[in-house]
Design a protein around this ligand. Structure first.
Ligand code: NZQ
Ligand code: ZN
Length: 396
């Protein structure tokens, strides 16, 4: 079966060595009154990128104000500060300079400014976004794919609730991507980013809809490319060619291209968001610690797909007589790959300790909203399934 789809990717991509030179023109083309320049904890200032962005705005005659300090796993408190600031300064465009955390914070501020109620209503399911300030992005890390996605993932400081909201309204107008700007990424962030990129594709590849072979081929090529390129850039951080492959893969993995004819599962993402909310871990590393255990939990019911992944992506020889063994070898191959790039393959490797039973209960409770919702699509998981997977990942 091929799932019907409605593909929408409105973001202009300006990619390459001189990409930053276009920022002023791109912002001016939107026709803005005042820009909020939004960024993270300091990497963009240290690298000189923010200086280049300010020069671009100045030269284009565009007024702006600034709000930095977005943390990884971005917080609602910063979003509220941004909304207040934008209203006070009559900002009508947000320029996010950073990665998924800064972009998501920008999107949330964009939703909040025109909304008269409390912005958390959107994540709490009490309201649906009806408007969003336009967003532009200068990307510094290939990972979350937020630069082309419809998602916005925010953590409410009160209760550490990490949730996503999806709407086409927040898809950025443009993204400026210069792979050279990713040379300064620490190895751990590079590896976690690559893991996240692969997972965005895998969570659409492991699908009940198995007949869109074109999408499968695109996904398999993307996965092999990211797997190979991350190994190169961990050895040679300033390898332009492979940084470029990773950067473009990050956007393609999450702009829904690899979902055309298939279906999002995203169970591992849902399980991980609770880990990064509770323990503050890096999203991609949390995914690496969980996916092998999700895979083993659901594998028997979807053997063909796991065999295809093992053979076409991980290069495992097909043992036609024993498909379950081929599938398991594929899972082990990705665990070996995670170890090579410095990612964990269990929760104890991630947290440097085991979770307590009480912590697992907390994760399950939050992920299942007290047992009221299920997650996943290829295989639907209830609270008991979630607990079983967290427990498997906790043993390793
Ligand atoms: O804050 P600074 O100092 O800039 O440092 C950042 C941050 O510590 C650093 N960094 C970024 N670019 C750099 C750099 N350091 C040196 N040189 C550079 N060029 O990297 C760290 C991580 O940045 P962050 O933005 O948090 O990374 P990522 O892009 O992985 O975003 C993670 C967030 O996105 C969410 C995740 O859950 C997490 O909250 N996601 C958002 C999605 C979406 N909106 O579509 C989908 C994803 O599945 C994901 O859930
Ligand atoms: Zn992700």
């Amino acid at each position: 079966m091929i799932k019907d789809f409605n593909f929408y990717a409105p973001t202009r991509v300006v990619f390459g060595h001189e990409a930053e030179a276009k920022i002023g023109v791109l912002v001016a083309a939107v026709g803005v009154n005042k820009v909020l320049l939004h960024y993270g904890g300091g990497s963009a200032e240290r690298s000189g990128l923010l200086g280049v962005v300010r020069d671009q705005l100045r030269q284009a005659g565009i007024a702006w104000c600034e709000l930095g300090g977005v943390v990884p796993n971005p917080l609602l408190s910063k979003v509220r500060e941004g909304i207040e600031r934008c209203r006070r300064e009559r900002v009508d465009f947000i320029l996010a300079v950073g990665g998924g955390s800064v972009i998501d914070s920008a999107k949330a501020i964009g939703y909040g400014v025109p909304y008269p109620g409390d912005v958390w209503d959107f994540w709490d399911g009490k309201a649906v976004p009806m408007a969003c300030l336009p967003i532009g992005v200068v990307l510094t890390i290939p990972a979350a794919g937020s630069e082309m996605s419809s998602s916005c993932v925010i953590t409410c400081d009160d209760g550490l609730l990490k949730r996503g909201v999806n709407s086409d309204l927040c898809r950025p107008r443009f993204v400026v991507m210069n792979p050279e700007r990713t040379y300064t990424l620490p190895p751990y962030q590079t590896a976690a980013g690559a893991t996240d990129i692969m997972m965005h594709t895998m969570e659409r590849y492991f699908s009940r809809y198995e007949d869109m072979t074109l999408t499968d081929s695109l996904s398999e090529a993307l996965l092999r490319t990211v797997r190979d390129s991350v190994l190169v850039v961990l050895e040679h951080p300033d390898d332009y060619r492979h940084r470029a492959q990773l950067m473009w893969a990050g956007s393609l993995a999450h702009n829904d291209l690899t979902e055309c004819g298939t279906e999002k599962d995203f169970a591992t993402h849902k399980l991980e968001h609770e880990l990064s909310a509770l323990f503050g871990v890096t999203h991609g590393a949390g995914l690496a610690a969980l996916w092998p255990w999700w895979a083993r939990y659901v594998c028997a019911a979807h053997l063909n797909r796991f065999v295809q992944f093992a053979v076409n992506v991980m290069g495992v020889a097909n043992d036609f007589a024993h498909p379950a063994e081929t599938a398991e070898r594929g899972i082990r191959a990705i665990e070996d790959f995670y170890r090579r790039i410095g990612m964990p393959t269990t929760v104890p490797e991630l947290l440097h300790r085991r979770m307590t039973d009480q912590e697992i209960d907390t994760l399950v409770n939050k992920c299942s909203r007290g047992g009221t919702i299920k997650i996943g699509a290829m295989q639907v998981l209830d609270a008991d399934d979630m607990r079983a997977i967290y427990r498997m990942a906790n043993q390793g």
